[in-house]
Design a protein around this ligand. Sequence first.
Ligand code: GDP
Ligand code: MG
Length: 660
Amino acid sequence: MKHIICIVGNPNCGKTTLFNALTGSHQDVGNWPGVTVEKKVGHYVHDSVDYELVDLPGIYSLTTVSKTGEDERVARDYILSQQAEAVINIVDASNLERNLYLTAQLIEMRVPVMLVVNMLDVAKKRKIEIDIEALGRMLGCPVVGIVASREQGVFALKEMIAEFLKSPTLPKLSLRYAPSIEKAHQEIEQEIQNADSLHPHWLAIELLEGANGSRESLDVATRARVMPIIERTEKEFVGNLDIAVADARYKLVADVSSKVEHKTGELPTTLTDRIDRIVLNRVAGFPIFLFIIYCMFLFTQNLGSAFIDFFDILVGGVMVTGFGELLEAIGVPEIVKVVLADGVGGGLQTVSTFIPVVFFLFFFLAILEDSGYMARVAFVMDKVLRRFGLSGRSFVPMLVGFGCTVPAIMSTRTLPSEHDRKMTVMLTPFMSCSAKIPIYSVFVAAFFPKYKALAMGGLYVFGILIGVLAALVFGKTLFRGNPIPFVMELPNYRLPSLKSVALLLWDKAKDFIERAFTVIFLATIVIWFLQSFDARLNVVTSSEQSLLAIIGRWLAPIFAPLGFADWRCATALISGFIAKESVVSTLQILLGASAVSTLFTTKTALSFLVFTLLYTPCVAAIAAIRREVGSAPRAALIALTQCCVAWLAAFVLYQLVLIL
Ligand code: GDP
Ligand code: MG
C-alpha cells in the first residue's frame, strides 16, 4: 500500500529543501507531460508505510490569467486530478501573509490540505512569532512548523501526514465573497453541476475570475447559460470582477495573519529601511523623485548634447565633407558624389546624433534600475496610474518618453503583462519628447513671448492630458482587462555594479544601434532624396521644386481646417517624421529670409504646435514600436491613430480659438 501526496508553495519558500529532507536521495526528476516544467517524484518510508511525494512547481497563485502560466496550470491540473490523496502546502513564515494567498485558493479548491510553516528561524530573526496552533484552528487543518534547512520538525511532519491520511478531511474555513459574487457563484456552480463538470465549486470561481481556459472547458450549451451570469456580475463590478474575487482572498489572509503573527520586538533598521523612510515618505518622496528625474534629464541633455556636437562634427566631417572631397578627387560623377556623400553620409550623420542622448539616458536608467530605486518609483506611482488602467511600472517608460520615445518604448519590454505593455506603448508617444523642444522654442518666442514658460509647460501638460484621455478610452475599448496586481518585492538598495549596468546598457544600446543603421538610416536617405531631387530626378536648385515640396502641396489641404494650409507647413511636418528637430530646420529652409510670423498667426501657430505635439512619433520611435508590438501594420496603425488624434485635437482647439 502506497500513499501519494504532493507539495505546493510559493517560489523560494523551501519546497525543494523540504522535499529533500523528507525523501533523502530517493527521487526521480523528469518533465511534466507536454511541458518543459520540471517534475520531481520521491519516496520515503515511515512506520513501514510507503509514501510517494510529488514536488509541484513554485507558484504564487493557482489561477492563470497570463498566457504563459505553465507552472500554474501544471500545479492546478495535478491538484484537481486528485491523484494525490492530500496536498502539503508549504509557506514561508517570514512572509506569511503573501504565502497564505495560495492557501486561500487551496481551501477554495476543496481538497485535503496540510499546512507546513517553514523558515521559522528566519521569522524569528525578523522578530516575528507565529502561533502555529491558532493558525491550525483558524484554517481548520493540520499545521506544523519546521526549519527545513536544518531538518527541524521533519519527523513531526511525517507523523502528521501519517495521521492525516487515515481519514483526509477538507479545511474547515470557508471564504466569503461580496454578496452578489456569492450569488453568481452559486448559480454558476449549479449550472456546471448539472452539466456534470468536475470541481464545480472551483471552476465557478475560475469562471468569475476569467482564468485562462476556464470558459473553453465548458460545453457550448453550458457556456451559453453561464456567460450571462458572468457578464451581469462583471458589469456590476465595472470590469474589476477578478480584483473583487482576489480581494476576498486578500482580506481573509490579512485577517488570519494578523491574528496569528506577533511581533516580538523591534527590527533592527537596515540601510534600505532608512533610505526608504525618506524616499517613500509621503511628503518628501515625490519631490525627491522629481529631483532625481530632473538630474537625469539634465545629465542626459548636457552630456548627450556635448557628444551630439562631437558626433555631428566627426561623422559630418569625415563622411560628408571628407568623403565628398575624396570622391571628387578620384573623379566620380557629381551625381554619385551627391548621393554617396550628402545622402548616405548625411544619413549616417543624422543617425549618429541620436546615439549619445539615447546612450546616456540608458546609462542613467540602468543605474536607477540596478540600485533598486526604479522599483520604488513604480511602487509610488502605482496608486495613481491604476485609476487609468495602468500599473506603476508603466510610469518609467512614460517618463523616459519626455526625453526620447525610442528608449521609452524599448523599456516597456520589462513590463510583466502584455496588457500593460501594449497600453504603455500606445500612450508613451503622447509624452512630449525633447526633440520637439526646438519647435516649441521657435514658435513660443515668436508668438507667445510674454508667456514662454506657460506655453511650453502647457504643451507638456496638454500631451499628458490627452494621454490620460487615451488611456481611459483605450482601456475601455481596445485593451480591456486589468493591470496585473502589483506584487513586486522592493529589493534592497545596493551600489550599482559596473557589470550589470554595462550589461543592461549594452543590451539596449545594441538594439538601438542595429535599428538606427537600418530603418532610421533608410528613412533619412528617402527624405533626403525627396528633398534634393525634383520630379525629373534632377538635383533641385530651390527646395520649392523638390519632390518633398510636391508631396507637401498634395497633403496641404488636409491641414486647411486646422488653419495652416500652406504647403511649407505640410512639408516641414513630413520631415518631422524623420526627426522632430527637422520640422524647424525645414521650415527655416523653406521660408528663406522671412520669419515664421509670415506663415502663421497666433491662432494658427497654436494649432500647429498642438498638432506637432501629438502627431506621429518619428521613424526611430515607430521602428521601436514595431518591435514591441510585433508587426509593422500594427505599428503603422498606432502612428496613424496618433495623427488622427493630433488632427482632431488641433481642429477642436483651432475652432474654439476662432470662436473666442
Ligand atoms: P523552493 O524554491 O521552494 O524549492 O525553495 P528552496 O528549497 O530552493 O529554498 C530556497 C532557499 O531557502 C535555499 O537557499 C534554502 O537553503 C533556504 N531555506 C529553505 N528552508 C529554510 C529554512 O527553514 N530556514 C532557512 N534559514 N533557510 C531555508
Ligand atoms: Mg525548488
